[in-house]
Design a protein around this ligand. Structure first.
Ligand SMILES: Cc1cc2nc3c(=O)[nH]c(=O)nc-3n(C[C@H](O)[C@H](O)[C@H](O)COP(=O)(O)O)c2cc1C
Length: 187
């Protein structure tokens, strides 16, 4: 009887702790890991701007890109292109890429489709233990670098929309606050 009571108390304590964690943007805590993998990944993901000097496996980058192209896109036209590099000299030649060991370039006809693709890739990377940051800042510099643009070979009619830096995270930034006032249910 004592054992059952102890088990009940323990279960209640764990459930309460998990509930609180989720309410506060579930942190890296095994307690909440299995509650809902997708929701957890969304709430845990943060932009990472400090990376370990560890190469990212090509298979993982491929997997991340394939998650990207599985994003919803208008009439499944798939008007997008993904370019991936782990070339350190190339990456470090682009300012604002945080010395990341890998860089993904996303080009497309519509920013909407590409945005959905980008988030798919960043969530996939997060769930594979990798950190990312979406980068709009360097787009102008990349576009005006003819050498780099010829390497990227972006198809006609598409535009470079953003880059994604990828690497093993060397920081754990706190969640930036979100304004929940933007959400309204119609009465
Ligand atoms: C379209 C877009 C462009 C961004 N460009 C940059 C950038 O150039 N440099 C940077 O450090 N972060 C950039 N970010 C990351 C945002 O600053 C970051 O997502 C935001 O502050 C929220 O933080 P979080 O991702 O950790 O939740 C960009 C994000 C998006 C969606």
């Amino acid at each position: 009887m004592k054992k059952i009571a102890l088990a009940l108390v323990l279960t209640c304590t764990i459930l309460t702790a998990c509930g609180n964690k989720q309410a506060q943007n579930c942190e890296n805590d095994d307690c909440c890991k299995d509650a809902n993998a997708v929701v957890n990944a969304i709430m845990e993901r943060r932009s990472i701007r400090k990376y370990k000097d560890t190469a990212v496996e090509k298979e993982l980058l491929q997997q991340i890109a394939e998650c990207g192209i599985n994003a919803p896109n208008a009439v499944n036209a798939q008007n997008w292109a993904v370019r991936i590099t782990t070339d350190k000299a190339l990456i470090n030649g682009i300012r604002g890429t945080y010395n990341a060991p890998a860089l993904i370039f996303v080009a497309g006809r519509t920013g909407v489709d590409c945005g959905l693709m980008g988030e798919n890739m960043m969530l996939a990377a997060h769930s594979l233990g990798l950190g990312t940051v979406c980068l709009g800042g360097p787009v102008g510099a990349v576009k005006s670098n003819a050498d780099l643009m010829s390497k990227l070979a972006i198809p006609d009619g598409m535009e470079l929309q953003f880059l994604i830096a990828v690497g093993y995270p060397d920081e754990q930034p706190d969640a930036k606050p979100r304004n929940k006032e933007v959400i309204k249910f119609l009465e």
